[in-house]
Each structure stands twice: as structure tokens, then as C-alpha cells.
Design a protein around this ligand. Structure first.
Ligand code: IDP
Ligand code: MG
Length: 142
């Protein structure tokens, strides 16, 4: 299995609640390597662009209002099979269904305000990383 990269976002609910440190602690305990990080404050238009795949969903307006409501921390993580491993550590979209110990079980409020984002495929990881970071903002092994 080759080394992969994925995009994660600590969403505005978890940042406002003071859980940046708690969530990074879980990511580091999982041996995920942070290779880029930036605090962002998405405009409504940017949030709509990021979640364009969900534009026809009934929750699109509410989701993009939430995602543009405050500070969020975007990060690139690197590691073997990192896309699937991050999804596991995050837990199910709906925290009511998330496994014990997962980030969403611990810190999500509900299915929308669910603390973290993680890319769901290699193709989406590439485009989502590109959405937030230029190549020279991502750590490269020398
Ligand atoms: P994921 O974040 O687990 O990949 P997606 O289905 O890609 O879940 O949905 C993107 C985001 O949209 C979720 O993380 C959550 O914030 C929000 N969302 C998903 N389903 C619902 C819903 O049924 N109601 C409200 N918000 C939702
Ligand atoms: Mg998704």
C-alpha cells in the first residue's frame, strides 16, 4: 500500500467548543502525520464550492451556513492507507451511529455539526487538498 494524503477539517462546531487540541491528539495518537495546516474562515460561496457534490441535498443550505459560520482548521494528513484510516477514526457521519472512541462519537453535536471532515476517496482527497493548499504549503520529504 502506497503512502497517501487526505484532507481533514476540524469544523466550526469543534473549533468553537475548544476541541482542536483534543482532536489533534487523537490524530497523532493514530500515527497520522500532519503535513499541512491552516486556520480558515470559509465564505458562504467557498463552503458551497467545497460541498458542491451535495448541492441538491435538502441540508445543503444549512450545511454551508454552518461551514461558513466561524473558524475551521484544514489539515493534510499523510500515511499508509490514510484515507480509509481517517474515516475509521472519525466515525459515522451521524454521531448516534459512531463507534465509541471515534472523534464524532466524542465531539459531534449532531449529523450536521459533526466536528470533522475527511476525504472519502483518493480522487476527492486530491481535489480537496488542492482546494485549501498550494503544493509548496505541504511538507515534502527532502
Ligand atoms: P461525511 O462527512 O461523513 O463524508 P457526507 O455524506 O459526505 O458525510 O456529508 C457531508 C456533510 O454534510 C456531513 O459531514 C454533515 O456535516 C452534513 N450532512 C450529511 N448528511 C446530513 C443530514 O442528513 N442532515 C444534515 N447534515 C448532513
Ligand atoms: Mg463526505
Amino acid at each position: 500500500m502506497a503512502t497517501e494524503r487526505t484532507l481533514t477539517i476540524i469544523k466550526p462546531d469543534a473549533v468553537a467548543a475548544g476541541h482542536i487540541g483534543d482532536i489533534i491528539k487523537i490524530l497523532e495518537a493514530s500515527q497520522f502525520k500532519i503535513v499541512a495546516a491552516r486556520l480558515v474562515s470559509l465564505s458562504k460561496k467557498e463552503a458551497e464550492g467545497f460541498y458542491a457534490v451535495h448541492r441538491d441535498k435538502p441540508f445543503f443550505q444549512s450545511l454551508t451556513n454552518f461551514m461558513s459560520s466561524g473558524r475551521a482548521l484544514a489539515m493534510v494528513l499523510e500515511g499508509e492507507n490514510i484515507i480509509a484510516r481517517l474515516r475509521e477514526v472519525m466515525g459515522s457521519t451521524n454521531p448516534a451511529n459512531a463507534a465509541p472512541g471515534t472523534i464524532r462519537k466524542l465531539y459531534a453535536t449532531n449529523i450536521e455539526r459533526n466536528a470533522v471532515h475527511g476525504s472519502d476517496s483518493s480522487e476527492n482527497a486530491k481535489s480537496e487538498i488542492h482546494f485549501f493548499f498550494k503544493p509548496n504549503e505541504i511538507f515534502q520529504r527532502v
